[in-house]
Design a protein around this ligand. Sequence first.
Ligand code: GLP
Length: 249
Amino acid sequence: EKIHNEIFKNSVEASKIVAEEIATLIRTKQEKNENCVLGLATGSSPIKVYEELVRMHKEEGLSFKNVITFNLDEYYPMNKESKQSYHYFMHQHLFNHIDIHPDNVHIPNGTVAIDELNQYCIDYEMNIKNVGGLDFQLLGIGRTGHVGFNEPGSHINSGTRIITLDHITRVDASSDFNGINNVPKRAITMGVSTIMRSKRIVLLAWGQNKADVIKRTIQGEISSEVPATFLQNHPNATFVLDQSAASGL
Ligand code: GLP
């Protein structure tokens, strides 16, 4: 096993530790008058981390004034106002409750015209580079082994781009969309290489239904068939798991 794992009794305890690491990074950068560049994820897995960061903002004065964020992905096409958008999710769970500057928030835009997408993705990638790269990337994992929306077949050198969602991913999203037919067929996602360049990566996985993909990711051969296996080669990646997600290891 090449990836460092930390296994917790439950996701509440684990999420507090992860939020604490992020808060410490933000404060350390503040003391040096530096920006803190965070890569953020959606889905159910990071919700408690965001809750804890909001609590630290409200109760402990944790400021996000020096924080710049880049979200991993967004459905395509997708309006920002839609309840299913990752734009909506991030504002509801985090950005509406903290003192981050709106200009410092980056979420792939699901309304970009199709003929402008290529340039849009190049610019998204460039924006990350221009602020010095990601200091910390928070990840969840899909049952296909995707990180962000890098579905099976994603190349190690892939950058931000439009992808076609895997059938399993659309099935898993169908309850949010009132049926699979309403789930977008595509998404914009940071690439594997975008994620791999982050100085630090923490992947969260909770529950029995992640046990199989966690086993394949940590113990399986590195392959684009399970894009999360590329993390095995990252020098500073930790998988934060609850006991159920770790039960196959
Ligand atoms: C979606 C997101 C991923 C996320 C995955 C797992 O597909 N694009 O970034 O990691 O779902 O979601 P959950 O955390 O709800 O299990």
